[in-house]
Design a protein around this ligand. Structure first.
Ligand code: IVH
Length: 667
């Protein structure tokens, strides 16, 4: 379709908004809703339009950025050498073109390349000085990333001290991953605890590395594969293939298999062989990376704005399976968004049985022309979330039915609306039972108020029995009515009530996130709690004041403003106030508690609050929290049944304090 410039401008705006939203879901929530392939298609469409209509190019376009924004909760690290990304392709033809281009740029030269697995994880950069691990960072925007040193230190395969002949400075780059078994186990645990599952191992790894509490990261079976360097002093490498031996000598984990090639045929052969053997790797791979071996040749080839000309990533197709689309169901989400879901004839895809798949929205269904009764092709996005990729229109019988988004909410019957400029359709009845259930589940979820025992099954029953109409009602629940519920014995009722009570002390940002204000994610909630002294001040904030806050902006500011003008929401807030929830923001780090400044803490044993909560108290006062005891630890806060960490603290002479003393220090 040939677009004129006006149409192209419209499409570009739309694509940028869509890509930003997917970036946010991917990087901030670690919960993508589309496959990599679909994302790449949107990205490519945008980048093609920007090339065709140079007037439409913009410095703040997602095509001009590498990866994510750094999260605010972490300290920031500026990379000594920028961390770039790679051009991706799914086509062997483009791999061929890549090598032909190399031949043009380096005429009459042999151009040896290395092919190695593309590990599906999170890019990290570690800096070693004289062999000692100084820090570790995420890629961030390529220039500045998050300081994730404490979390990286919990990875057993990462040496704190390098072996052998150590270079003066070595910045090593690689991919941190969660292995396949660990991923399955983690999701099984989350399912049981009523927590949302991670979409794929990469998101699980990202989620783990972005844990503010290293103790949580330490529980996840993370590994790293190193595949490159940044700044390097005191040793000279002439080619990439020398890196494998260097890594090995220093005790750093590298790629378990790699190939050399100096022709297109050999490259493709290596790519195919890797595809055959990669199911046996412990970690997930999604492609092969082809890199020019000699650094001198790399230098001649140079870089584009985002990626080197000397490397390309070839991505493997996900496994596709055909099945029957039995029906299209409509689910109502927390904010009322209606999402069509495919009900499928069960079929095995990439090792597990699939009977549901996301269809995103009505436009998507129209674009792919999906009809009820169709034979459809299914694939797992990132090998985990199933999605309908396309339809076998050649197999149509004529009996297939077109899907229409209902004009009324399937749960409560109210009319649905479509917000301007948005694709999603919403049920705007804030009392819709589906929304009520989802809002309460969200409020109680681990990422928000973290109320143990208040999972999906319990919430369903409580809403159905009209015991909960909003999150304010949670605090009025009493044992006798709870004991009437299905599968709720005395023990689970006590646990739930305790969970509710403990949850009252959560910091303000969790409450703000938990309220489920449209567009307010974790980072906006944190920014709001940083800006205002308490909830009442925030509630009075004007749209102008709100949009000055980082991570807020106009749309979000208006949404917050409107939320606190809605009488129903105000009534809920009053219930929460009465229940004694914390409305005051955490004290600011500066000068709040001088005893905490520049101190490093390790929390161990059973305490009266969860470790997450205590870690937050420490951080809010300017202290750091670490997962392991070393000579640099300032305090070990030991609760009951503290074990090996307490031992180690005693051995190293680190100061150990109990909770009483800790509370005194906090004032
Ligand atoms: S080389 C200058 N090698 O894939 C580019 N990257 O899609 C350096 N990745 O940003 C990257 N395995 O996060 C390289 N063997 C490998 C890789 C690899 C995974 C990641 C990396 C990169 C992304 C590009």
């Amino acid at each position: 379709m040939a677009l004129d410039e006006k149409e192209a401008a419209k499409r570009v705006t739309q694509l940028r908004a869509e890509i930003e939203e997917h970036n946010r879901r991917y990087y901030e929530e670690a919960a993508p809703t589309i496959s990599d392939r679909e994302y790449d298609a949107l990205y490519r469409e945008l980048s093609d339009l920007e090339k065709r209509f140079p007037k439409l190019a913009a410095a703040d376009s997602p095509t001009q950025r590498v990866g994510e924004k750094a999260l605010k909760a972490f300290a920031q690290i500026t990379h000594r050498v920028p961390m770039l990304s790679l051009d991706n392709t799914y086509s062997e033809e483009e791999v061929t073109d890549f090598y032909r281009r190399l031949e043009r740029l380096l005429p009459n030269k042999k151009i040896p390349v290395v092919i190695e697995p593309k590990v599906d994880g999170v890019a990290v950069s570690l800096l070693y000085e004289k062999g000692e691990l100084r820090y570790a960072a995420t890629r961030g925007d390529g220039t500045v990333g998050d300081d994730i040193t404490q979390n990286i230190r919990t990875i057993r395969a990462v040496p704190k001290q390098l072996k052998g002949d150590v270079p003066d400075v070595l910045e090593v780059r690689g991919e941190a991953y969660l292995d396949k078994g660990g991923f399955a186990k983690l999701n099984a645990e989350r399912r049981e605890a009523g927590l949302p599952e991670f979409a794929n191992p990469r998101n699980a790894a990202a989620g783990s590395l972005k844990q503010l509490d290293p103790a949580i990261a330490a529980k996840r079976p993370l590994g790293v594969v190193f595949y490159g360097t940044g700044l390097i002093e005191g040793v000279t490498l002439e080619k990439h293939s020398d890196l494998f031996a260097l890594l090995k000598n220093l005790g750093l984990p590298g790629s378990e298999r790699w190939w050399r090639a100096d022709s297109v045929e050999e490259i493709l052969r290596a790519i195919h062989e890797l595809d055959r053997i990669r199911p046996d790797f412990a970690y997930q791979t999604d492609g092969a990376v082809v890199k020019v071996d000699a650094f001198a040749q790399r230098e001649v080839l140079g870089f584009t704005a985002k990626s080197p000309r000397w490397a390309i990533a070839f991505k493997y197709e996900a496994e596709r399976v055909e099945t029957q689309l039995l029906d299209i169901l409509v689910q109502v989400g927390r904010t009322g968004t209606l999402t069509p879901v495919a009900a499928l004839e069960p079929v095995v895809v990439s090792g597990s049985t699939v009977s549901r798949a996301t269809l995103h929205n009505e436009e998507e269904i129209e674009r792919k022309d999906i009809r009820i009764g169709d034979r459809v092709l299914i694939e797992k996005a990132g090998e985990v979330i199933p999605a309908v990729v396309s339809v076998r229109t050649d197999l149509r019988t004529g009996r297939e039915k077109k899907f229409r988004m209902p004009k009324h909410c399937p749960e409560c019957g109210s009319a649905v609306v479509k917000d301007e400029g948005q694709v999603a359709v919403r049920c705007v009845n804030s009392r819709c039972p589906a929304q009520v259930r989802r809002r309460i589940e969200h409020f109680a979820s681990r990422g928000a108020m973290d109320i143990e025992g208040l999972g999906e099954a319990v919430v369903n029953q409580l809403v159905q029995q009209k015991l909960l109409a909003d999150v304010g009602d949670i605090y009025a629940l009493k044992a006798p009515v709870l004991l009437e519920l299905e599968r709720m014995g005395e023990k689970s009722v006590n646990n739930l009530l305790e969970g509710i009570e403990r949850g009252k002390a959560r910091p303000l940002w969790r409450l703000l996130f938990g309220l489920g204000i449209l567009h307010v994610g974790v980072s906006a909630a944190r920014a709001l709690a940083d800006h205002f002294p308490n909830l009442d001040a925030l509630m009075k904030g004007s749209v102008e004041e709100l949009q000055q806050i980082p991570d807020v902006g106009e749309v979000v500011g208006r949404s917050i403003h409107d939320f606190f003008r809605e009488p129903h929401n105000l009534a809920v807030i009053e219930k929460l106030r009465k229940a004694g929830l914390r409305f005051a923001a955490e004290p600011k780090a500066e000068g709040a508690a001088p005893g905490f400044k520049n101190t490093t803490w390790v929390i161990t044993g059973t305490l009266s609050q969860s470790r997450d909560e205590i870690a937050e108290l420490i951080r809010a006062r300017g202290g750091k929290v670490s997962g392991s005891v070393s000579k640099k630890t300032s305090y070990v806060l030991a609760g009951e049944e503290a074990g090996s960490k307490l031992e180690k603290a005693k051995k190293l002479g680190v100061r150990v304090i109990d909770e009483n003393e800790f509370r005194k220090m906090m004032g």
